[in-house]
Ligand binder design. Structure first.
Ligand code: AMP
Length: 431
């Protein structure tokens, strides 16, 4: 029968790669915890309006990339294409903002879905880790979010990460800038791509995201946001740059950085890293400040700032650069019963070692030769083999074999956990 394959743009994660994802995600979480963030888990399914209102009708995500469908009750649902809008919905609905402890600092990890053209570093289902710091407008809040993201990337071992920053200014700045863009593109839009034509009507800022090579020279000549910033926005951006310099966080200003989601205002940023082999997976992370998103979703006027990492891209660059060495699965003990009577005793001992000893234990269920069992133990990277034959059952004992030194000893079952505790603590002090 024909085998069924995975859906285009999705990918299976298994074997050592699963350990890489878990290592990366747990390091991200632990550093976010150091910065006083707490975990949050919004649903994958939301009403379509969360993203239409949140991410914005003029964004590519909403216009072209969402998995949206009516459910059996004819509700229009969307698989989340990003986390921020869903988290803001959660915060508003559960009134999490009604606390003096603002900013609310939340982190998340999980899959998101975008109907994009699959290519290197681009999937239709991929995983994001990110944070939102909600309810404080201090430029220091934006700065700290950038510092957190940078710290995570450095802790993963990435050296030479480029941080690109820009400001989109406040509402007045952006309105003036939009007018200037409309004026500029008026004479060019006829010769630009169909997407740009609709962007021109919906939000001319989005034209700056266009990747069509023929449109790029026209876009390069467009006015720059820097010339339309209000004094307050300029001052805010300077404060952030000063703070990053004091904190010795390297950054570059990139005036063409506008980000593809409509909710951004003021500071926006992206994190780039090229693996040593020169492969460019695109930005490994990105984020920014959002002034009006909470209001768009029916909540109070509270600003926020956040970033999101693409975990697939981060795992890829870490793998390319040999920074994922220690992700092989290992076993503490592999239990080998010899003969039918030993199987149940072996299972009892395996359960005891796991539940009372806290050891990672597997056992052989098959009737096979001792030599085969040793091969399996080696393939599973076991540190010790535990052999139980007829003789051992009679004596209430087991044989433990250190698979590195090949040393072997006979131990009474009721002394087993103490013995392993001793052996493993000895190993730890040797390491
Ligand atoms: P965004 O939510 O668009 O700001 O994206 C945040 C991060 O998610 C990006 O910097 C990428 O690392 C990652 N990302 C975005 N789109 C994709 C995709 N289609 N496949 C894999 N990673 C992605």
């Amino acid at each position: 029968m024909e085998i069924i394959k995975n859906v285009k743009g999705t990918h299976d994660i298994y074997g050592e790669e699963t350990n890489s994802y878990e290592m990366v995600e747990s390091l991200m979480k632990s550093i976010a915890e150091l910065y006083a963030y707490n975990g949050v888990r919004p649903p994958v399914l939301e009403y379509n309006s969360v993203f239409v209102r949140g991410v914005g009708e003029s964004s590519d995500i909403v216009r072209k990339e969402m998995y949206t469908f009516p459910d059996k009750g004819d509700r229009l649902l969307t698989l989340r294409p990003e986390f921020t809008a869903g988290i803001m919905r959660l915060v508003v609905q559960n009134k999490l903002y009604a606390t003096n402890e603002l900013p609310l600092k939340l982190y998340y990890v999980g899959p998101v879905f975008r109907y994009e053209r699959p290519q290197l570093g681009r999937y239709r289902q991929f995983n994001q880790f990110g944070v939102e710091s909600i309810g404080n407008n201090s430029p220091m809040n934006d700065t700290e979010v950038i510092v957190l993201a940078y710290t995570i990337l450095c802790s993963l071992g990435l050296e030479g990460v480029t941080i690109k920053i820009n400001t989109l200014g406040d509402e007045d700045s952006r309105n003036n800038y939009r007018k200037a863009l409309k004026e500029y593109f008026k004479d060019h839009i006829e010769n630009m791509c169909e997407d740009c034509k609709s962007r021109y009507e919906l939000n001319p800022l989005r034209i700056l995201d266009c990747k069509v090579p023929e449109d790029r020279p026209i876009i390069e000549g467009a006015p720059k946001i820097g010339d339309y910033l209000s004094e307050a926005s300029k001052a805010r951006f300077e404060q952030i740059q000063d703070a990053l310099s004091v904190l010795q966080i390297p950054y570059e200003i990139d005036e063409s950085l506008v980000r593809g989601l409509d909710y951004y205002s003021e500071t926006v940023f992206e994190f780039h890293y090229k693996s040593k082999a020169g492969l460019d997976y695109g930005a490994v992370g990105a984020g920014g400040h959002y002034g009006k998103l909470m209001e768009e979703l029916g909540g109070p006027e509270l600003p926020g700032v956040g970033f999101s990492f693409g975990i697939e891209r981060i795992v890829s660059v870490l793998k390319d650069d040999g920074l994922l060495n220690d992700t092989k699965s290992t076993l503490d003990v592999y239990v080998m019963p010899l003969g039918d009577e030993s199987v149940l005793v072996a299972e009892e001992i395996a359960v005891l070692l796991r539940n009372s000893g806290g050891y990672r234990v597997d056992m052989c269920f098959d009737k096979t030769k001792l030599g085969n069992m040793f091969k399996r133990a080696t393939n599973k990277n076991a540190k010790y083999a535990l052999i139980i034959g007829e003789e051992e059952i009679k004596n209430d004992s087991v044989i433990i074999k250190n698979l590195t030194t090949q040393e072997q000893m006979n131990i009474k079952v009721d002394e087993l956990i103490d013995k392993f505790d001793e052996l493993f603590s000895k190993e730890e002090t040797q390491e």
